[in-house]
Design a protein around this ligand. Structure first.
Ligand SMILES: [Zn+2]
Length: 91
């Protein structure tokens, strides 16, 4: 589905998980880090995802998870049923 994404040619399952050094979208099968710009998301939502990643560990964990859940929901809305987005709760 995404060119040059990872070796899992037919997966459409992704996880949303913040990290200090990478974009927060990963292949849910092999764990490959994916480029946010490869997803057909609105600039608004991409921006929100970047902001959320930047705040990682700088805001309380429950707040981080609440925003992440919300962003995962927005991603599902924008991407539709072709993509499966799983939010990984941070501990
Ligand atoms: Zn993969």
């Amino acid at each position: 589905m995404l060119k040059d994404a990872c070796k899992c040619e037919f997966t459409n399952s992704y996880k949303l998980e913040a990290d200090f050094v990478a974009d927060p979208i990963w292949c849910n099968v092999c764990g490959w880090n994916l480029d946010i710009d490869d997803f057909p998301l609105t600039d608004n939502l991409k921006d929100e995802l970047y902001q959320w990643t930047k705040q990682y560990k700088k805001i309380p964990i429950n707040e981080h998870n609440a925003i992440g859940q919300n962003l995962a929901g927005k991603m599902r809305e924008e991407l539709g049923s072709d993509y499966k987005i799983v939010f990984i709760t941070d501990k």
